[in-house]
Design a protein around this ligand. Structure first.
Ligand SMILES: C[S@@+](CC[C@H](N)C(=O)[O-])C[C@H]1O[C@@H](n2cnc3c(N)ncnc32)[C@H](O)[C@@H]1O
Length: 271
């Protein structure tokens, strides 16, 4: 088995605290790991599957994964050379990504992610990243961590686009982990992932996606917020409602106990 990778991104809604529970759904009989809402892909890096498909709507994120796959050492060296101080942060933030080459664009994305407020990805109406610098950005991962991630990405298909595009790749024997942004009609959810993203009108497409996964002979696991939509999504599948400590948007009031649903086509232990 390839060595595990430590996720190198900070990501709103990351499932870092639930890896043991989520990982228990992955079985030796699964041939491939598929994650259409990858974000920091922490379950993927934890499971270290021999073969995988990762997708996300965020093109810059997927481009970064490609650069980590292809040029991890140079990326790491360049990252460590950039000062982690206010004027440098805002200078990098003000650069127009379109004016940069692929590797520098990925470097900018990674540097801003590691140094911005709470790892949030938010853009203004022009699509420009506008998150301020964080007050206490933590230590970087090690070069070895990034090299392990790079090794895992060598056997991974990377897809920039809507989740349906990634689901087209699903084959018999795959394990598909779906962790979409929470679309909850009844309350305002902080929009962490940019302007075009998942909302309640996507739930129908999402349900069709789950049916298609099972029709192809693959298994799925969904993480979803506790809301009317998740109860609808769970109908006809195995599901469990679990307490979790949310640490998403970074506002003190949001760091409270919440509930989340796990939904799967396979029986859930402790249900
Ligand atoms: C909750 S995060 C996933 C977090 C991930 N499980 C982790 O551990 O970091 C949801 C992700 O879905 C992506 N996304 C939003 N709308 C999407 C869509 N329509 N299709 C594919 N990805 C989408 C966002 O860019 C974000 O990275």
């Amino acid at each position: 088995m390839p060595p595990r990778g430590k996720p190198f991104l900070r990501w709103a809604g990351s499932k870092r605290k639930q890896l043991t529970r989520l990982g228990s759904f992955w079985a030796a009989s699964h041939s491939r790991y598929v994650e259409p809402f990858a974000g920091s892909a922490c379950l993927f890096f934890e499971l270290a599957p021999a073969s995988a498909v990762l997708g996300d709507l965020n093109r810059d994120l997927i481009e970064l994964y490609r650069v980590v796959r292809d040029e991890p050492e140079r990326l790491y060296r360049r990252l460590c050379r950039i000062a982690r101080e206010v004027p440098t942060y805002y200078r990098w933030r003000s650069l127009n990504p379109k004016s940069l080459d692929r590797e520098t664009r990925a470097l900018r994305f990674l540097y801003l992610n590691r140094n911005c407020f709470n790892g949030i990805y938010r853009t203004n109406t022009n699509g420009e990243f506008n998150v301020p610098m964080g007050r206490r950005p933590g230590e970087y991962f090690s070069k070895n961590d990034l090299l392990n991630c790079s090794r895992l990405l060598q056997t991974t298909t990377l897809i920039a686009g809507d989740f349906t595009k990634t689901l087209e790749h699903v084959k018999q024997g795959d394990f598909v982990y779906l962790d979409p942004p929470y679309a909850v009609k009844s309350r305002r959810i902080f929009r962490e992932y940019g302007k075009t993203t998942f909302d309640t009108s996507d739930i129908f497409r999402f349900t069709n996606g789950l049916n298609a996964i099972v029709a192809r002979g693959a298994d799925f696991l969904v993480s979803y917020a506790d809301c009317a939509e998740s109860r609808l999504l769970a109908l006809g599948w195995h599901s469990v409602r679990l307490p979790i400590r949310r640490h998403v948007a970074g506002f003190a009031g949001d760091r409270k106990l919440a509930y989340e649903w796990l939904i799967s086509n396979r029986p859930i232990s402790g249900q």
